[in-house]
Design a protein around this ligand. Structure first.
Ligand code: 5GP
Length: 137
């Protein structure tokens, strides 16, 4: 699928839009979701321009999932999460709203998730969760 370099996450990666970051390296960025489905909802994105998981090079996918695991451990430790939902939506038909591949880490239960990408979270609260996750990395 053609990659739109004006999508929100591409703009965050270029520093054109702000994000509450928890981790960054040369290949991957992790930051807080602004419409969280639970407290501590974090997104992990590869920096390579892929729309869905299916478009992502296997090497980039393999590295990104290593970072996903690293952030999941920090969420578990920093937020005392009892369980974490890992969600990845590929394609608008699956409900994907931002066309840059990303992994959701949601400290919650699949039975208790809030609505997807619906309601803005409290920025100060989100920042406080980010600090705890960063401290646990
Ligand atoms: P998708 O529907 O593509 O799987 O998920 C996109 C996610 O990005 C949603 O959970 C939504 O709340 C989040 N999101 C949308 N716009 C922004 C934004 O500008 N900044 C951040 N940090 N998250 C966003």
């Amino acid at each position: 699928m053609a990659y739109d370099d004006q999508n929100i996450f591409a703009r965050i990666l270029r520093g054109e839009l702000p994000a509450i970051k928890v981790y960054e390296d040369e290949q991957v960025l992790a930051f807080m979701d602004i419409m969280p489905q639970a407290d501590g909802h974090t997104l992990v994105i590869p920096k390579s321009p892929a729309v869905t998981l299916l478009d992502l090079a296997p090497e980039a996918a393999a590295y990104t999932i290593q970072v996903v695991q690293k952030i999941a451990k920090a969420i578990e430790k920093g937020l005392d999460a009892k369980g974490i939902v890992l969600m990845q939506l590929s394609g608008a038909s699956a409900g994907q709203t931002v066309p840059h591949v990303h992994f959701h880490l949601i400290p919650s239960s699949v039975h208790e998730l809030g609505k997807h990408a619906l309601e803005m979270g409290d920025q100060e609260k989100i920042k406080a969760f980010a600090e705890k996750i960063k401290a646990a990395l």
